[in-house]
Every structure is written in structure tokens, then in C-alpha cells.
Design a protein. Sequence first.
Length: 515
Amino acid sequence: MNRLLLFAFLLLALPVGLHAVDPVPAPTPPAPTAGDRLVLRRLGEALVLSRATAGKVWPGWGLEKTPVAVYETGRVAYLVNHPAPPPDFTRLEGKVPLLGTVYARFGRDPRFTANTSIDLGGIPTACIGYSTAATEIETPSLRFIALVYHEAFHAYQSKAGKAGKGAVEATLMRYPDLNAENLALAQLEQMALFQMIRFEEAPDPERVRGFLAVRQSRLKSIGPEFLRADRGIEYQEGIPTYLEVRLLDEARKAAASTPGLGSEDPYALGFTVGPELRTGDYFLRLLRFSSDASTTRNRSYATGMAQALLLDRLAVDWKGAALTSDKYLDEILAEAVPLSAGAAAASLAAVKKEYRYDEIFRLVQERLGRLSLERKAAVDAFLRQPGIQIVLRFPDSPVELRAFDPMNIQPVDRSRAIHRRMLRLSFGESYFSASDTPVLVDLGEGPFDIRGATFFTPKEDLEIETDFNPFALEPGTREFRSSLQLSSEGASLQAVSGAVSVSADGTRVEITLKR
């Protein structure tokens, strides 16, 4: 029989149902819970406020122009304002008051793990977790709304800002955190800025020059590379923090004067009676004592916010330059209030006298002495952990630092640091990974030159295989020539060749790796 006729015959012989299968309808997403509706209402309140203050906080930008996702980890993410939602998001039936079209994705999603900005469907999108939303139904959550503004502006920065301007994490890892002069001068900066933004609607130019003189002195103390770390965070985080402060001011004005925001409206926001967040709370951050690198980031949130407010009060048109040029906030401020080389020394001396620099310097030195002892104690506590101590010695050739969490690194000294949350390394065909397991690393020439690593794991969780055979924790040294695989609670290692040494009591395993 002709092959074509045979194929046609077989098709005709099939049961009718097999050649006309109806597509399986997509499952209907579950309706939002009461908790979901509360968070979405909070997001709607933020959008109402953004529309009411259009153009007053940042010209050309508003919350309604930025995609925003709110999520509960592992369960659901809701998406609004996105022009082209990814296909794994489903449009909710019906309308959510104040929001318009809402899309949802249910289930665990590794994209949503923190308050941040991510690329979602090719578009920068703000992500905010439920844990930040207030649970009181009858009052608005200014804190949540401020966070929405902050993260949404990050999305705007990544889209419209100068690429790489705020990327300073690598520099922060090498920041001279035990430089007492730099830290004492940084404290002067904070105090001078607090004086101006808290008490002077029209800033005194001499006080502005005093701040700039201190900033110049810090530049001489640590150099332009490390000062850029401060400046980069002032741009990346200080400007969104400034938006939060402006939001509070505009919220009160809107609640007092805008129809639809009053107490009789069914969607009343009631900002005039919301006591949870005040402008003064932001200003007080400038008085926090900054004593080491771990506070450098937090300090710059506040100093960036304060400089932006100063520029506003000086009537400087600064926002375009801050977002798209190479200029940082203090450089724009220096253009607005020039400080001559001849006047810098006198301005610095005046600030030091007013804020008692010598006393601050002494306090910083004392704090750094205690900090050194605290770091030594942290290492001692790390090395006293229960379980099997695993010590890794890496090859002499370069080890690539693939991933780490810059917010969870504790410097110890120039040769050691503790990665408390995440660390991933690779060297040739080998790699090491740790998650939620503290790792003490030995450093070479800098924080990216990792020469060794130590971590602890329960004996019952440790599995080692060398050259495809189980490895017993027996005292002595044995080489492996083709493969080593180690797995434990929160850590894993895969390597090609080297040697494994087990201590006499079986509590310490040292693995020396070859390239």
C-alpha cells in the first residue's frame, strides 16, 4: 500500500477523541486573601498620593509610571503598572480599588526575596515584601508607602540614571574602616548637616562651606576611591531617602487640602493623624555614631538625603545632573556654594571648634579599640562552634569570587573576614558554595583575593566522596586524583584533585586543592 494512503488510513482508524483534544483551561487563580487586599490597599494609597503630588517630588517621575510588585515570600506576588507582564502572571478578575489592573503569580518565586528593584520582563520593577506593610486596617501606613516610593525610585534610577554611578560594593569591602580621622570627620559632616536641615530653612552659606571643607579633608584622608564609596551610596540610597522625606511633607499638605483625601472619603488616607513616621525621624539618623565600615552605608543614606534637601533649600536645579551626570551631590553643592582654597582651612577650623572635633576623635579612637576586640571575639566564637571544622586551602592560581552578600560581611583584619550569609567561589573546574552558613575566609592582597575558607558543619550532615568512593573520617592524609564532592548543611564543594587530611580526633578536616 502506498505510504501516504497507509498514513491516511491509520488516521481514519484512530478513535474520534484522539484527534480533536480540547486544550486544558488554565487554572483560575485563587481570590486575594484579606491580608492580600490590605497590602494592595496600601499600594493603592501610595498611588493616590503620587497622583495628588504629581511633579512636586521629582519632576517627570511618579509612582504610577513604575511597575511595582508586592509579594509574600513563597506564596504570591501581585504586579501593577507593568506594560507587558511576564506570561507567568495572570490577570485578576474584577477590579481592585485605587489600582486598576492587577496581575498575580502564585507559588514560590526566587525573583522575589527582598525589598529591591529587579528586571521583570525586561523592565525595572520595584519589589516590596508584605512584612513591611502595616497590619492596622483603619490607619494608613506611611512607612510602607515611603518604602514603595524608595524602591520604585530605584527602578527609575536603573532605567534613567547613569549606569554604574551607585555601584560601590566592591570598594566598600576594602573601605578603611579603622581610619579614626576619616570616621571623626564623617561625624562632623553628619552634625553640620543636621544643624542646617533641622534648623535652617534658608541655609547659611558659611555653614555649607564648613560642610564642604570637612568633605575636602576626608578626601585627603582616605583618597578619591574610598570617598566615592560614600558618594555612590549618597546617590544610590540617599536620593530615594530624600524622596521619602519629601513624601511626608507632601502627604500632610495633600491630606489638608486635596479633595478625596479627607476623613469623609471612603478611601481616606488620614495622613494628618498617622504618627508612625515623622520627618524628624529621618533627621535624627544624622546623629548616629558612625564608627566602622558597617555603618558607612547607613551613614550615607542620611548624608545623601540631607544634601539633597540643602540643594532644594538653596533653590538649586540639581536633579537632572545628579541622575544623569558624573557629578555627585557634594560636587553639585560645591558648585552652588563655592569654597576657595584659601578659605577652606578657616572653614574647617571653625567646624572643628564648633563641634569639638578633638573630643570626637578621642571617642572614635576608643570605639575602634573596642571594635578590634569585638572582631577578635567574633573570630574566637566562630572557631568554638560545635561540629566538624572544614578548612579549605585553595590553589595558588586565581580564585574567582562569583557571588557574595556585601551587607553581611564582617571584616576581622587585613587578612580575614567572615561571610555570614552567602559565598560562591570557582577555580578552574572546581567550585565552592555556602548559603546561610558563616565562612571565615583568609585573604591575600585584598577582599577578592581569597586564599582559604573555614566553616563548621554537624558530623551527621557531612558527606565526602573522593574519586567516586565514600570517604571515611579516619585520621591521616589521602590524595584524590579525579574528583572530590563534599556536601553538608548549607555548603558544598566540588574539586578535581588535591589531598584530604583528618585530625587525630576526627574533628578537623583540611582539604588542600590543586588547580
